[in-house]
Structures are given as C-alpha cells and as structure tokens.
Design a protein around this ligand. Structure first.
Ligand SMILES: Cc1ncc(COP(=O)(O)O)c(C=O)c1O
Length: 472
C-alpha cells in the first residue's frame, strides 16, 4: 500500500471534499427513479450520434504479422441509446458525470498504465484530466501553499512556471546534464537547504517537477540509473515527484517494445504523480489526459475536477472511448504509438538533425542528439563571435535571433525556458527586443511540425544566418 502522504496536502488540497450533489449520481441505477440531480433531459440534446473516420489498426488480412493497414480508415459511431456490452451511450457521455471521466475510458487508461508501468503498490488509481496543463495546475493546488517553492529543471516548460507564479509559489532550479535533472544537483540543494540567507526563512521544498523523457526544451531523456537515483533522493528527503511525461511515447530507440521504465513504475511508496496526455499521441484538441497516483491524492483530484472542468468534454471522451476501447484495444493503441507516432517523429528527428549537421558550421553551433520528444536544443557558441566579451552574451543572442527572423527562420529563444527571475524592465511578449539571462545561449528547434522540405530550407537559412552573424 502507498505510504500516507496526507501531510503533503496544501491547505487547498486538505480542504477539498466530495461534492454532495455528485454523491447522488452513483445511486441513479437499477429501479431508482430520480427526481434529484438537475440533469438536463437528453431529448433536448440536438446530437443524434457521433461518428469519426479513424486510422484503422486492423491487422492487414493477408499478412501474418500484425501491421497497420496502409492509409486505411474505419468509421466509428457512438449511438445515442445504450448498447449492451458497448461503451457508454452518447447520451451518457454528454451528461454530467462524477469528476473521474467516463468509466470505459478511465478503465482503458488504468489498464494501459497497469500494462505499461506496472505500479509496485496496490492502491494507485487513474483519473482523467483535460490534459497535462490542467493536471499540473491541479497537482500544484493539491500540494503547494503560497510561499512554498518547488524544485524544477534549470531549463523547463514555461507554462509550468507561469502556473506557479500567480499563486505565489516559487521555484528552485536544479542543474541538468545531457540526461536532464541531475540527482547530485537535487541532493546538494536539499542537503544544504537553509544554508543561504535567502533560504533561511523558506520552507524546504517537498515537491519536484520534472519532464523525464524528451525534455522540453532540451530534448534530454533520463537513463534508468538517473531515474533510480532521483527516486533515491526523493526517498531520502521525502519528496513528491511530479512526472510530466507528454513525450514518453516519442522514444526513438524502443527495441522489442521495451519502453523506458518510468518513475511511476519504480515507485514503491506512492510518491510519484504521473501525468499522461493524449495531446502528443492522438491530438492536442482532444483535451484529454490521465493522471496516475496514490488513491488518497486521486480522490482529492476528483473533488477538484468536480468543481472545475467536471470532466473532459463528453464528445472527446465518447469518440476516444469508441476508438480505443471498441476498435483499437490496448494492443492496437500500443501498435499505433510504436508504429505510427514514434516512427514518424523518429524519421523527422533524424531528418532535421542531418540537415542541421549539413548546413551548420559546427564551430558556431552544436546540439546533443535527442533520443525522444520533439525538440533539438541548439547551443550557440557565442565565444566564437568577434564581439564576444566586448558586449553581453544576451545582446549577441538577441542580435542573432533578429537575424534569424529577418531571414525567415524561427526558433524559440532559449531565455523563454529559463528559471531565472525576469527583470522588471523587460516585456517578455516583446520578443524582438527581449533577451535576458546571460546563460541562455540556446535556440529551441522542433522537427514536429514543418514539412521535410521546410526543415531542409530552414536548416539552410539558419546555417547562412549563423555564418553572416559570426562574421559581423
Ligand atoms: C512538458 C509539457 N507538459 C505539458 C504540455 C501540455 O500538455 P497538454 O496539451 O496535455 O496540456 C506540454 C506541451 O507542450 C509540455 O511540453
């Protein structure tokens, strides 16, 4: 069983209770006549069925091996009325729910987590979210009070920091290397907590936020050993780990279906909260994800859902359930992840890397090959610039960024992922005039979206821009 982490709940988390109104919903079955809950009458729903054309995952009939039938599609339909042994009717999915997500989709996600991650304690559970952005903000509410600080990777997903700031929750940057957050850096900060004047009055952090696979923005993926070491620090210092893992299925070197073990899969205490999303595997507009954690936390997340999103959109849930539960099944979904999603990003990643290597002078910029995710974190060797040391690195980087824009090649400025406080006198939205953080000598490129021709052209333009910039 999970350890008791109730003392980690924030004031908000500890105060959340089950909605009494929602407690009536499970009683509405069998012979019960409900004159209770204010559910709208389904005859007023103007939707008679919901259909979609989806990628077929049926094995090609003439082939022995299970392979994706090339470019074929299936039509799936969710009818209005209940059908025996099928997923919920459209009427049910479009109705108010109980904050967990519809049963068939939640069960599918729970089973997927069990198959993929095999959590090592019994009382874990899964609940649906409206994606990882929604889930993260709820986890922060669950665990953090104003004035707390959480530990984050030194380059991190900006939305996470933007979630913390308005709640008065601070962050502490932990050093990274090619494998993401270092366990030694994490331990050092915690072992020495309180030793600096700034930390003297701050409570010791109890929560770590990390993106272990195909990290955003660095593309770093933690090795198995790194994951074990991070977990060991978490046990020694009694920490909760938030494992935000949207790029987990974009692992390029999966052989024989052996995906990287997750922090959740190694956790014997119930201290890992894992966030999964369908955004990168199916489509971001679904706005559906799922969170896995100890049952105590999971209940509180349900109460939070009850008073915010209630549950993800009924349309999304209905069509996802029809596709995943009734058509693809666990096997088809896993095959889709491996053969379609992963393979496509592997191809794209290799293509952009090759083009960049062909067109960039390695003395001027370099990158570490990502083994997962969507990103290449390009380090600019500003020390090779003729004006190095006579002007600030940030001025050089801003100059380079402007030249890239002039030459029609766009990448995200490295400072956008910085954990350092933004100076008051800069407007971060004014990207053409903003570059803070003297260490942010990076640009983040993605191979996820542009066409192959565009990636080639962008690499040529970037290479030329670098040559031009470094010769000035
Ligand atoms: C680390 C990280 N977390 C979360 C998200 C957003 O996920 P979702 O679409 O599920 O809200 C992203 C997307 O860019 C991301 O990079």
């Amino acid at each position: 069983m999970a350890k008791d982490f109730s003392s980690f709940l924030s004031l908000e988390g500890a105060t959340r209770k089950k909605s009494p109104l929602k407690s009536l919903i499970p009683l509405m079955h069998g012979d019960m006549i409900s004159l209770g809950g204010g559910l709208p009458h389904p005859s007023t729903f103007p939707f008679h069925s919901l259909s979609a054309q989806i990628t077929s995952m049926r094995p090609a009939a003439h082939q022995q091996k299970a392979v994706v039938a090339a470019a074929s599609s299936d039509t799936v339909t969710v009818p209005l009325a209940p059908q025996p042994d099928k997923i919920e009717s459209l009427t049910a999915s479009l109705q108010y729910g109980i904050g967990t997500g519809i049963k068939s989709l939640r069960d599918f996600c729970r089973e997927h987590v069990r198959l993929m991650h095999q959590p090592q304690y019994q009382d874990w559970d899964v609940i649906l979210s409206a994606g990882n952005t929604d889930a993260f903000s709820k986890v922060v509410g669950l665990l953090c009070n104003r004035g707390d600080k959480i530990l984050v990777e030194e380059w991190t997903y900006p939305t996470a920091l933007e979630t913390l700031d308005p709640h008065g929750i601070g962050h502490v940057a932990v050093e990274m290397d090619g494998e993401g957050m270092t366990a030694t850096g994490l331990r050092r900060i915690l072992d020495n907590w309180g030793s600096t004047p700034e930390q003297a009055n701050d409570p010791k952090p109890r929560v770590v936020y990390l993106i272990p696979t195909g990290q955003n923005p660095t593309g770093a993926t933690m090795s198995v050993k790194r994951r074990m070491d991070i977990l060991a620090v978490a046990q020694d210092h009694d920490l909760i780990l938030i494992e935000d893992d949207p790029y987990y299925y974009l692992q390029f070197h999966v052989e024989g279906g052996s995906w990287m073990p997750t922090l959740l899969s190694m956790d014997t205490d119930g201290r890992v909260i894992r966030l999964d999303t369908f955004s990168k595997t199916l489509a971001p507009g679904c706005r559906v994800g799922y969170m896995s954690m100890n049952a105590r936390f999971c209940d509180t997340m349900q109460y939070h859902n009850e008073v915010t999103i209630q549950q993800p959109s009924g349309f999304s849930q209905a069509i996802l359930a029809e596709m995943l539960v009734s058509h693809w099944g666990q096997e088809g979904y896993t095959r889709y992840l491996t053969d379609n999603v992963r393979t496509e990003y592997l191809k794209r990643s290799q293509y952009l890397q090759t083009e960049l290597k062909t067109h960039i002078n390695p003395k001027l910029a370099s990158f570490i090959e990502p083994s997962a995710g969507m990103f290449i974190w390009i380090k600019i060797h500003v020390d090779q610039h003729p004006r190095y040391k006579t002007v600030k690195d940030s001025a050089l980087m801003l100059d380079l960024f402007r030249k890239c824009v002039e030459n029609n090649v766009l990448m995200v400025p490295g400072w956008q992922f910085s954990c350092k406080p933004k100076p008051q006198d800069v407007d971060p939205a004014d990207v053409m005039n903003c570059w803070f953080d003297e260490d942010a000598n990076y640009l983040r490129a993605t191979f996820a979206y542009a066409s192959f021709e565009q990636m080639k052209e962008a690499s040529i333009r970037f290479g030329q821009t670098l040559d031009q910039f470094f010769s000035a």
